[in-house]
Write a protein that binds this ligand. Structure first.
Ligand SMILES: Cc1cc2nc3c(=O)[nH]c(=O)nc-3n(C[C@H](O)[C@H](O)[C@H](O)COP(=O)(O)OP(=O)(O)OC[C@H]3O[C@@H](n4cnc5c(N)ncnc54)[C@H](O)[C@@H]3O)c2cc1C
Length: 377
């Protein structure tokens, strides 16, 4: 058995956890990050790679703007751009109801600071001649983009380690408790003593919150992902549709990555698999919007785990039961874009006791209060 004393114990080495480790080191705190596998290998490394603000719940928009600003500065922050490209994001309408949805969202998103324009069928044809006849309109967010998810988490982990963070991989946390003065966090033969603890364990953040008496209705979310052989580059935007049942982007090397629908996952076993029937449906919808892909060869499919909350926004904020414990999990399928900002926000909360970013809508009490009332009843 060995013991280690630190200022902050971080449970989870996804983008959020690694970005927090880096931000905390830059504020001068000692950090031990415990990751059960490899940093950035779970949701942070298996996701679609969309760095979009368009379509977000407006309560997330201030965090998404903050994150977008950080994405542009990645080379200065982590030493590489992680293939972040400002390709813009376009959301397509395939019928009148979807067009009405785009038109309703645009003014409220603009009020929330997002540059967004809505165009009809003729303009879509002019701007994106490779889109199919099914597309009758689009809303365009020119400053959104895409990045390589495989690179981002590890880049933050390397930068945090270089800044002095103690990053432990293959270190599964099996228990954590607050003694009244500090946390005792157990990972195999190691016990970490820390004044603060961050729960950034992705889907498993729900389990860790429950150790501290905070039960939340988190569910596994396993989006089905597919990639084709490399093709000549022509999809020069990241693309989604109303309702989200298909989304596609092409990397500069030529591979077309797309998703739509959900795969299979058992978080207890930590096993997830894409589903062939779901992939075939996504392909059919994809060909309606990008017919040119009809002869493309699929080379691989996969999925991963995120945590999904019933109201589709994450838990971010202090624990309601335990001092110095801060949660950030349950990003409901859209936390890749937010990760770099979440890291900074968590560091501010530890060091300053507060953050200027508006996180009140993400409080864990929105679930735990209802749970306590139900139990009392
Ligand atoms: C297939 C897929 C596609 C997606 N597409 C997009 C997209 O295009 N754009 C977007 O913005 N978001 C997307 N998302 C969501 C996004 O990937 C996640 O919201 C985000 O990566 C969450 O980051 P995180 O750091 O909070 O969690 P994770 O990356 O899941 O990291 C949590 C880490 O905690 C570790 N951990 C858990 N329990 C323990 C324990 N007991 N001890 C030690 N370590 C532990 C895990 O091993 C994991 O590495 C997608 C998600 C998936 C799965």
């Amino acid at each position: 058995m060995s013991a280690l004393a630190t200022d902050v114990a971080i449970v989870g080495g996804g983008t959020a956890g690694c970005a927090a480790a880096l931000a905390l080191r830059r504020r001068g705190l000692r950090v031990v990050l415990l990751e059960k596998g490899l940093c950035g290998a779970m949701a942070s490394g298996t996701n679609f790679g969309g760095v979009r603000r368009q379509g977000r719940d407006l309560r997330e928009m201030p965090l998404a703007h903050r994150a977008r600003e950080i994405w542009s500065r990645l080379p200065a922050i982590v030493g590489e751009d992680c293939e972040f490209r400002v390709t813009g994001h376009i959301k397509l309408a395939r019928d009148d109801a979807e067009m009405a949805e785009l038109e309703a969202y645009a003014p409220v998103a603009r009020d929330a600071g997002l540059d967004l324009s809505v165009v009809g069928a003729n303009a879509v044809r002019d701007l994106f001649p490779w889109l199919g006849a099914k597309v009758i309109g689009a809303s365009i967010s020119p400053d959104d983009g895409q990045a390589n998810p495989r690179l981002v988490g590890p880049a933050f982990a390397r930068a945090a380690r270089a800044a002095g963070a103690d990053i432990r991989e293959h270190a599964r946390v099996t228990a954590a408790r607050w003694t009244g003065t500090r946390f005792e966090v157990e990972a195999g033969v190691l016990t970490v003593h820390a004044r603060h603890m961050l729960n950034v364990a992705g889907y498993w953040g729900g389990e860790i919150a429950a150790w501290f008496g905070e039960r939340v209705p988190i569910a596994p979310l396993c989006p089905n992902m597919i990639v084709t052989e490399p093709l000549p580059y022509f999809i020069d935007r990241s693309i989604g549709v109303c309702g989200g049942n298909v989304y596609v982007r092409q990397v500069e090397r030529g591979n077309v990555i797309f998703g739509g629908g959900r795969g299979w996952g058992d978080p207890g076993l930590e096993r997830s698999r894409p589903r062939a029937d779901v992939a075939r449906s996504a392909m059919a919808r994809l060909l309606e919007v990008v017919p040119q892909l009809r002869t493309a060869q699929v080379i691989r499919s996969w999925t991963g785990f995120d945590g999904e909350m019933p109201d589709d926004i994450p838990v971010i904020g202090p624990s309601g039961t335990t001092p110095n414990l801060i949660h950030a999990f349950g990003f409901s399928g859209h936390g890749f874009q937010l990760g770099p900002a979440v890291g900074e926000i968590l560091a501010e909360m530890v060091v300053d006791g507060r953050t200027a970013s508006p996180i009140a809508p993400f409080a864990i009490e929105r679930f735990t209060r209802a749970d306590a009332e139900r139990r009392t009843a």
